[in-house]
Design a protein around this ligand. Structure first.
Ligand code: 6PG
Length: 477
């Protein structure tokens, strides 16, 4: 019997994907650079399903039925190229190579184009949900050709998470679309985590709550519109007491957030596309600031406001106000992320159904949340929605939240508690809804120092003012 799919790269993510496939009754060929991992998988988990271990690339390829489907799960970058080059020469036209790692979508586009010339399908696939997701049902975001999805789709839908009976997997779009969407997923993940962290900081610093009390606030929020995996795990992390010291776990962890780089990619591409994803950018910068340890120790002790934390009615309302601010800021972060996907689709010619993207993020992935149902509904009602902020339900919720949102940020500012995520989200909201922006002045400045010209509200054409002479506008020829 031959295998319907093979996995090469059997570190924990690859191993768990292979086990998930086998547990669903698919015969899985296994391969790893070092044989030990392959043997270990079969020894420990061989009874979970049908595995065909292979100890050379040729043996692996021979174990697969056609069209062959080879899933690569190795480190992004050069290791991925090396594995592709190891297998591509052994494959035949119509076979499919899947990169399930966190590759940059530009690499995926390049690899797809070059393998297409060799008659092979290359599918860059986003997989979210960490180790547990890979084993029990991730959210899967495959790009690549529709033909490749015809054979691969049923397998991936089978092993993905399910919500309301629907698979959290869809063909996202051609070539790099799947990895692009996974990249934006991670950017949103960063923004969501930052906003939750700011909520914690405010409840503690302004509200005087203990980590254990904040854990229970989050537990309550998790029964409402903020219900999500990230809120749920936050309450668990905050409730955790360090066994050694007896202190809240969150107080014994170094406050320098690390990153593997996918959030940074999201921001870099946001800049290239000219999409203001300020919530994601601030989240990345907040991690960078936290990790600037020598800069921070040099700056420690710089003056700040002296004000006592909240009390009385303001304190009584505070947790609810923070919930409103978190919700509104989260809507902004998602609105920005979905606009980035829209812009990427336009730039690269992908046909991406934004409502479907929200739907496959409802389960399996790190940002899974009830909230994503509302995003799917918003795009179903209005497929060409310019921003989530103008869709009926979100518009009303954010308008209703805005008093609390503004008051929480004012409190943060007056107490000197940094809330880059909340603040940039509100600035974006106010910027979008403004009748006039001071960009008119920026245009004037540009024209003054560099004759960069400007357009007028009352006449067509571009204009330049003779600033040095009499200041009269003249139209450049
Ligand atoms: C996922 C996650 C995952 C990501 C890690 C860590 O969807 O399962 O996004 O792909 O790599 O969560 O990311 P950072 O190290 O950059 O925080």
């Amino acid at each position: 019997k031959k295998a319907s799919i093979g996995v090469t790269g059997l570190a924990v993510m690859g191993r768990n994907l292979a086990r998930n496939l086998a547990r669903h009754g698919h015969t899985v060929a296994l391969h790893n650079r070092s044989e030990a991992r392959t043997r270990a998988l079969v020894d420990r988990f061989g009874d979970e399903g049908e595995f065909i271990p292979a100890y050379s690339a040729q043996e692996f390829v021979d174990a697969l039925e056609r069209p062959r489907q080879v899933v690569i799960m190795v480190k992004a970058g050069a290791p991925t190229d090396a594995v592709i080059e190891e297998f591509a020469p052994l494959l035949e036209p119509g076979d499919v190579i899947v990169d399930a790692g966190n590759a940059h979508f530009a690499d995926t586009r390049r690899r797809e184009a070059s393998l297409r010339e060799r008659g092979l399908h290359f599918v860059g696939t986003g997989v979210s949900g960490g180790e547990e997701g890979a084993l029990h049902g991730p959210s899967i975001m495959p790009g690549g050709s529709p033909e490749s999805y015809a054979s691969l789709g049923p397998l991936f839908e089978d092993i993905s998470a399910k919500v309301d009976g629907e698979a959290c997997c869809t063909h996202v779009g051609a070539d790099g679309a799947g990895h692009f969407v996974k990249m934006v997923h991670n950017g949103i993940e960063y923004a969501d985590m930052q906003l939750i962290a700011e909520s914690f900081d405010l409840l503690r610093g302004a509200g005087g709550y203990s980590p254990a009390e904040i854990a229970s606030v989050f537990r309550t929020w998790n029964t409402g519109r903020l219900e999500s995996y990230l809120i749920e795990i936050t309450s668990e992390v905050l409730a955790h007491v360090d066994p050694g010291s007896g202190k809240p776990f969150v107080d014994v962890v170094e406050d320098a957030a690390e990153q593997k780089g996918t959030g940074r990619w999201t921001v870099q591409i946001g800049l290239d596309l000219g999409v203001p994803i300020s919530g994601i950018a601030e989240a990345v910068f907040a991690r960078s600031l936290s990790g600037s340890t020598s800069l921070r120790s040099a700056a420690r002790g710089l003056g700040g406001p002296s004000r006592s934390p909240l009390s009385g009615a303001a304190l009584d309302r505070f947790a609810d106000d923070v919930e409103q601010a978190l919700y509104a800021s989260k809507v902004v972060a998602y609105a920005q992320g979905f606009n980035q996907i829209q812009a990427g689709a336009t730039e690269y010619g992908w046909d991406i159904d934004l409502g479907r993207v929200a739907a496959i993020w409802r389960g399996g992935c790190i940002i899974r949340a009830k909230f994503l149902n509302d995003i799917t509904s918003a795009y179903a009602a209005e497929p060409a929605l310019p921003t989530l902020l103008t869709s009926g339900g979100f518009r009303k919720a954010v308008e209703d939240a805005q008093d609390s949102w503004r008051s929480v940020i004012s409190t943060a500012v007056s107490l000197g508690i940094p809330t880059p995520g909340f603040s940039t989200a509100l600035a974006y909201y106010d910027g979008l809804r403004a009748d006039r922006l001071p960009a008119a002045l920026v245009q004037g400045q540009r024209d003054f120092f560099g004759a960069h010209t400007y357009r007028r509200v009352d006449m067509a054409g571009s204009f330049h003012t003779a600033w040095a002479a009499d200041g009269r506008p003249e139209s450049p020829a």
